[in-house]
Design a binder for this molecule. Sequence first.
Ligand SMILES: [Mg+2]
Ligand SMILES: [Zn+2]
Length: 202
Amino acid sequence: MKPTQPTSTRRAIFIDRDGTLNEEVGYVCSLDEFRLYDFAAESVRLINEAGWLAIVVTSQAGVARGMFSEDFLAEVHNTMTAQLALEGARLDAIYYCPHHPEVGSEIYRQVCDCRKPKPGMLHRAAADFNLDLTECVVIGDRFRDFAMAQAVGGSSVLVLTGYGKDEFEQDRNSWPRQPDCVAENLLEAVRWVLNNAPNQKS
Ligand SMILES: [Mg+2]
Ligand SMILES: [Zn+2]
């Protein structure tokens, strides 16, 4: 007998990378510039333990700009995955946008559907994992992160690490919509999500 397929959809917490999981350094162009925040692993572990998917969504236009290759990006992501695993934390997937609308060689220079705040990465994840995006949450340090969540009817948390504090203090009056929550950092954001999420439908 085949095991029955789960019928309910799962929920995901989408996590921005730079400035949210790891220190914002502009562009991570060498492995030693990649430094996870000390609360990163615990945050991801809490997501794992709560049964949500932990999915990284990151804009990496440094590829289009010729600052690093997709192979190097894969190396950074392997390092990130390994460092998190050492502390018992697991990412379910990583999606990235390597594009830029104006710079780069043909394959990377394009008006894509995945450059934040466009929600292409969320749609790909929804297809891959059978997600209802209105039940998902994006956590990130920039307007473009929570605008991406709002574009698909999802929830959002702005963290004040990375660019978060500056954007919040300087730009919030011009934002068409505010994020659902503003948190000190990823750990506080995850706790807020897990405490405030309604019980899963179905
Ligand atoms: Mg960021
Ligand atoms: Zn893209």
